[in-house]
Design a protein around this ligand. Structure first.
Ligand code: URA
Length: 422
């Protein structure tokens, strides 16, 4: 094989063979095809797309660059959830222990935030002592004993994706449905869960800003999951405004604890229960997650899950040294609370990172006291910016220009926009 032939074929709209795809992904992962050739191929895919056969072969080649885990020795059904990323989306935190408390094991290999969207591991690291890295033995033991693990993916999980994602990030080739779908699904299929629920976000704070492309991404990923023998369902959910009442790291842990204690914001509770029902159904369980949440058993699973990874669930969470309040501009119905703007504000306050190697601040973030559809009064506290570094507040405020609207003609999306099955 020759990389130039593969690039030329894709550039000219000729369908690649499975053999060409297996070769180019394997050779790139092995360091035998250089970044400049892979960049050209990715840009050709960006413009030409992929046929279903190409996409299936591409995803399989990415899985085969590492190991596909086998969790059958657990003797319990397994289910996982993946979100395409949003602002204030801490759903994994209450969801994983809730589903575990319902008797279905949750093996979640997770990531960190980049840009304006948060990462689950960054949030959990706000808990004193908690560690994201686990050995394979500890991972399996925790799945068996606690029933839920959220930890960092090892280097054996779709290593081709680590390289390809980093290359896409610097070559303007992230926003491609086949490349996003194969990236996410190669990791999720390799993880080995029986059932998978995809939370495909739509709106300003999501990768896919409009509902139709979010649906297409959802259909593409559901097709890949089902073809690989994983029962897969997708919910397309609102990310025109952020989820819950906070975006950041420690603040999102605190909000998740409210849900586990039986309270918490209505939208976060509703989405957590909807995703839990899908995971349980996919795994063949008829447990009722609302009952289990009310019983307090999900909180017990949370504490066990945090302790098993070195965390102290009773330790106070980090608090910001600086707080800045933004008040409501008018009296009426809050019709706009722009997810992307709030995500950028939280990021600029220190909750996120600009480069992969940057540290994040556990205490930084944004809290909002009302969400879309609710009444606000002029002058009431609406947003609270939290940070360890007062010099960050000015830039965060700039990102909030135009983010809030009262009685505008914006029409907020329903929380669950669509449900996509095979
Ligand atoms: N998340 C991923 O893991 N991959 C993508 O391509 C986009 C989002």
């Amino acid at each position: 094989h020759d990389a130039i032939d593969v690039i030329r074929a894709k550039r000219d709209g000729v369908e690649l063979t499975g053999d060409q795809i297996r070769w180019v992904i394997g050779a790139y992962t092995a360091g035998q095809v250089p970044d400049e050739q892979m960049s050209a191929l990715l840009m050709s895919v960006f413009f030409r797309g992929m046929t279903p056969a190409e996409l299936a072969a591409w995803t399989q080649a990415m899985i085969d660059s590492g190991v596909r885990k086998d969790l059958s020795s657990l003797g319990r059904p397994t289910a996982d959830k993946h979100s395409t990323g949003g602002v204030g989306d801490k759903t994994t935190l209450p969801l994983a222990p809730l589903v575990a408390a319902c008797g279905v094991a949750v093996p979640q290999l997770s990531g960190r935030g980049l840009g304006h969207t948060g990462g689950t591991l960054d949030k959990l690291e706000a808990i004193p002592g908690w560690r994201a890295a686990l050995t394979e033995d500890k991972y399996l033991a925790q799945l068996r004993d606690v029933g839920a693990v959220v930890c960092a993916a090892g280097n054996d999980l779709a290593p081709a994706d680590k390289l390809l994602y980093a290359l896409r990030d610097v070559t303007g080739t992230v926003e491609s449905i086949p490349l996003i779908a194969s990236s996410i699904m190669s990791k999720k299929i390799a993880e080995g869960a029986d059932a998978l629920v995809l939370d495909v976000k739509t709106g300003s704070g999501a990768f896919m800003k409009d509902v139709e492309s979010s649906r297409e991404l959802a259909r593409t990923m559901v097709g890949l999951g089902e073809a690989a023998g994983v029962r897969t369902v997708a919910l397309v959910t609102a990310m025109d405004r952020p989820l819950g009442r906070s975006a950041g790291n420690a603040v999102e842990v605190a909000e998740s604890l409210e849900v586990l204690a039986g309270g918490g914001p209505a939208d976060l509770v509703e989405l957590t229960l909807a995703l839990a029902r899908e995971m349980l159904t996919g795994a063949g369980s008829d447990a009722d997650p609302a009952d289990v949440l009310a019983s307090g058993r999900a909180m017990d699973s949370w504490e066990a899950m945090i302790r098993a990874q070195g965390g102290d669930p009773d330790a106070p969470l980090p608090q910001p040294t600086e707080r800045h309040v933004v008040t409501a501009p008018a009296t009426g119905t809050l019709t706009r609370l722009d997810a992307f703007s709030l995500g950028v504000a939280a990021w600029r306050l220190g909750a996120g990172r600009a480069r992969k190697e940057d540290p994040v601040s556990a205490a930084a973030g944004v809290v909002w006291h009302a969400t879309v559809g609710e009444q606000v009064t002029a002058g009431q506290p609406l947003l609270e910016l939290q940070t360890d570094d007062a010099s960050r507040i000015e830039r965060a405020l700039q990102s909030l220009e135009g983010a809030v609207g009262v009685d505008t003609d914006d029409v907020p999306l329903p929380l669950v926009v669509d449900r996509i099955t095979a």
